[in-house]
Design a binder for this molecule. Structure first.
Ligand SMILES: [Zn+2]
Length: 161
């Protein structure tokens, strides 16, 4: 994909991971949780340098592509609408330890489906607003997520002023 297209998508969606590739139709409005929401579609695939489980590098053990896994990631709202990224992530099979692992993306923490930018927004709002329920409603995430963003994750995502 050309740099111009990637920049267009990055600007409108906040998707910053340049290893994500986009199909021809990269944004559609879909009904999610009863709300018409802008949805982006992308695929994350790359050649891993080592197995995420046993740690052997790809010169020692064979890492082969082994299907994909689709996850829905919550992005920052656009025009006050909940926005999602449907990300197809490459799954790899390690011939060394016979286990599989999934391509990670720097946009989200491992096993987390909220983009780091949203967590940053939650942490920033937490400084001015007391109701976690209110933040959760406005950002379309659960109150548990807000609570964790404020008390567990926020030291890693302190916004720079
Ligand atoms: Zn392995």
């Amino acid at each position: 994909m050309s740099a111009i297209t990637f920049n267009n998508i990055a600007n409108s969606s906040g998707i910053t991971d340049e290893t994500i590739s986009f199909p021809k139709t990269w944004c559609l409005t879909q009904l999610i949780k009863g709300v018409l929401s802008p949805c982006y579609f992308g695929t994350r695939s790359y050649t891993p340098s080592r197995c995420a489980n046993c740690g052997f590098n790809n010169k020692t053990v064979k890492l082969s592509k082994h299907g994909t896994k689709l996850s829905r990631i919550t992005l920052s709202k656009t025009n006050n609408l909940p926005t999602y990224l449907f990300l197809k992530k490459q799954r790899f099979l390690c011939k060394g330890c016979k286990t599989t692992f999934i391509a990670s993306t720097p946009m989200v923490k491992r096993n987390c489906f909220i983009s780091k930018r949203v967590i940053q927004t939650l942490a920033a709002e937490g400084q001015f607003i007391t109701s976690e329920k209110d933040i959760a409603f406005r950002q379309s995430v659960s109150t548990t997520t807000v609570n964790r963003a404020l008390h567990q994750w926020s030291p890693q995502f302190k916004p720079n002023y």
